[in-house]
Design a protein around this ligand. Structure first.
Ligand code: RB5
Length: 143
C-alpha cells in the first residue's frame, strides 16, 4: 500500500513517529510534510498529498496540523478526496468503513502521540464496507 503523508509545524514530531511505525509495518510512505518546527502555511504541504490521492498515485493519505481542520478543508477541495478529521480510533474505523475516507486528518494539538498512532494504525488497516454506504458516498460529489 502506498501512503502519502503531509504536515505543518504542529505535526512534525508526530509525522516522524508515524513514518517509523508505518515503515516498520512494510508500508511505502512518501513524506510531503515540513521536517521542521518552524512556522509554515499548511496548504503548501497538503496539496501534494491531496493530489497524490486524487490521482490515485497513493492509496491513502495522512495529514497532520494543530486542529486537523485546515488540512481537511484544503484536501477536500479535490474531487476524489474524502478527508476525515479523526480524533480517536473509533472515528477512524468508521471513516473507512462507512465513508471510504482516503485521507485521515489528525489534530496534533488535541491527541496524544499514542492516540495518533492508534488512529493511523486503525485507519490503514480498515476497509470500506460498501453496500448502503457505497450509494451514500457516491452522492457526495457535486459535479
Ligand atoms: C498553526 O498554528 C495552526 O493554525 C494549524 O496547524 C492548523 O491548526 C490549522 O488548521
Amino acid at each position: 500500500m502506498n501512503i502519502a503523508i503531509g504536515n505543518d509545524h504542529a505535526g512534525t514530531e508526530y509525522k516522524y513517529a508515524l513514518l517509523e511505525a508505518l515503515q516498520k509495518q512494510g508500508y511505502k510512505v512518501v513524506n510531503h510534510g515540513t521536517d521542521s518546527a518552524e512556522s509554515v502555511d499548511y496548504p503548501d504541504f497538503v496539496h501534494p498529498v491531496a493530489q497524490s490521492v486524487d490521482q490515485k498515485v497513493s492509496d491513502l493519505g495522512i495529514l497532520i496540523c494543530g486542529t486537523g481542520n485546515g488540512v481537511s478543508m484544503t484536501a477536500n477541495k479535490y474531487q476524489n478526496v474524502r478527508a476525515a478529521l479523526c480524533w480517536n480510533k473509533e472515528i477512524a474505523e468508521l471513516a473507512r468503513q462507512h465513508n471510504n475516507a482516503n485521507i485521515v486528518s489528525i489534530p496534533a494539538r488535541f491527541v496524544s502521540l499514542h492516540e495518533c498512532l492508534e488512529i493511523v494504525n486503525t485507519f490503514v488497516a480498515t476497509s470500506f464496507e460498501g453496500g448502503r454506504h457505497k450509494r451514500r458516498v457516491e452522492k457526495i460529489k457535486i459535479a
